[in-house]
Write a protein that binds this ligand. Structure first.
Ligand code: NAD
Length: 415
């Protein structure tokens, strides 16, 4: 990112885990177990370009934990994907699934590729070959991929088809975030943003700010950022600034008008808007800041100018440990990623359950179950944070990591 510090996503994730193991009084042996991924797979992904050239890309799949159930996590297509980042994101998925009490471990995968530089046909061939390379370790009872940065329901359809063709019959439950006609769930597209909206609503309640007077700035206008913007606006908040990889804008009429312009023109500069830089977006004078792009956007270098009283982490790992400390010292309420963006994996879980049962739910059922599960976790975190005088991140990590540690203990060690 333009604002990147020297922090790696893995350093941040290990530092958060370290803090949690100390707060939970876990032993060195437990720390070692929790800090080590169960299975890492690196694969070569050869791609025949449209012009006949063959290029080799690097692909990854990490099953960080399978202690509480099958591994579960997204697939990222981005030039900076590497093993370290994939391990970090798979670790976060593990704590997220445990915090929300889903019957999953944690996983992540990806390919180091810039999707803006390949054609749709090339994207399909790359997705299918990547799927084929990781095929031995995925499956509805083993490891269930989903979309993340740079992938969407189209990629999930190709992954589901590649897996199914190899099995000889349709296996919808091998991925989540699929198109509805292939066994996807209503409400999955908007789920992460819907969950971010619920977290914002609760954070405003705690800070005593009326949603109808609240202002929100969002970094990243992708699957998470857009739906978070829609959710906030639908609760009466004013989205005052958004950005993407090319910079940001303010002064737009409403989210839908901006989105329509973005879809048609591929940029955020709708008529009547003013351009701002990504740093100006982070420092925007507003009540709520939602980082919803990549890791390491709020760092020691950028944190001083953050004015928002509430930060809701739509992205995974957007705040480095130094910046986190500085925000807490300022009195900013930080709703951590493993809670704030858990809506995506919660509705992925609903999709997997529906696929297993071959019985599909209404949108109202999906939305009310999402609200119920996320609110249960939010309340648990809020209560623990108050009882133990710890931050929301510390409380969320204590619950997530604590559940995985307990599961290890109860299962024991084989042999
Ligand atoms: P996406 O690819 O749909 O969107 C990413 C957005 O970030 C795009 O608008 C892109 O332009 C923007 N961006 C990239 N680099 C940027 C930069 N330097 N500055 C500002 N904006 C930049 O991805 P997504 O699915 O929306 O994921 C965003 C974040 O949310 C990631 O951290 C991801 O891991 C996390 N997340 C996603 C889901 C999900 O269901 N998709 C679930 C949980 C967490």
């Amino acid at each position: 990112m333009t604002t990147k510090s020297n922090h790696s996503a893995l350093t941040t994730a290990l530092s958060q885990l370290h803090d949690a193991t100390k707060l939970l009084n876990l032993s060195d042996n437990q720390w070692q177990t929790l800090a080590t991924p169960r299975r890492t797979l690196q694969v070569a992904v050869p791609l025949r370009r449209d012009n006949g050239n063959i290029e080799i890309y690097h692909g990854f799949r990490v099953q960080y934990s399978t202690t509480r159930g099958p591994a579960k996590g997204g697939v990222r297509f981005h030039p900076e994907v590497d093993m370290e980042e994939t391990v970090a994101l798979a670790m976060l998925m593990t704590w997220k699934c445990a915090l929300t009490n889903l019957p999953y471990g944690g996983a992540k995968g990806g390919v180091a590729v810039d999707v803006s530089k390949i054609s749709l046909a090339e994207n399909e061939r790359l997705t299918r070959r990547y799927t084929s390379e990781i095929l031995p370790i995925i499956g509805p009872d083993h490891d269930i991929p989903a979309p993340d940065v740079g992938t969407d329901e189209r990629n999930m359809a190709w992954m589901m088809d590649t897996y199914s063709v190899n099995e000889g019959f349709a296996v919808p439950g091998v991925v989540t975030g699929k198109p509805i006609v292939l066994g996807g769930s209503l409400g999955r597209n908007s789920a992460t943003g819907d969950g971010v909206g619920i977290a914002v609503r609760e954070a405003l309640r705690i800070k005593g700010i009326d949603p109808s007077s609240a202002t929100v700035a969002i970094q990243g206008f992708g699957k998470v950022g857009y739906w978070a913007a829609v959710a906030c606006e639908s609760m009466g908040m004013k989205v005052v600034a958004v950005s993407d990889v090319n910079g940001g804008v303010t002064g737009f009429k409403d989210v839908q008008t901006l989105w329509n312009h973005f879809q048609t023109n591929g940029n955020l500069n709708a008529p009547g808007t003013d351009s701002i830089t990504n740093l100006e977006l982070l420092h925007f004078d507003c009540d709520v800041l939602i980082p919803a792009a990549l890791a390491d956007s709020i760092t020691a270098n950028t944190v001083d100018g953050v004015k928002a009283r509430i930060v809701v982490e739509g992205a995974n790992g957007p705040t480095t440990p130094e910046a986190d400390k500085a925000l807490i010292e300022k009195g900013t309420l930080v709703i951590p990623d493993i809670l704030a963006n858990a809506g995506g994996v919660i509705v992925s879980y609903f999709e997997w359950v529906q696929d297993k049962q071959n019985y599909f739910w209404s949108i109202d059922e999906v939305k009310s179950n999402l609200d119920e599960i996320l609110m249960r976790s939010i309340k648990e975190v809020e209560n623990l944070s108050n009882d133990k005088s710890v931050t929301w991140r510390e409380a969320a990590m204590m619950i997530g990591v604590g559940r995985v540690a307990e599961a290890h203990k109860l299962r024991g060690l084989y042999p």
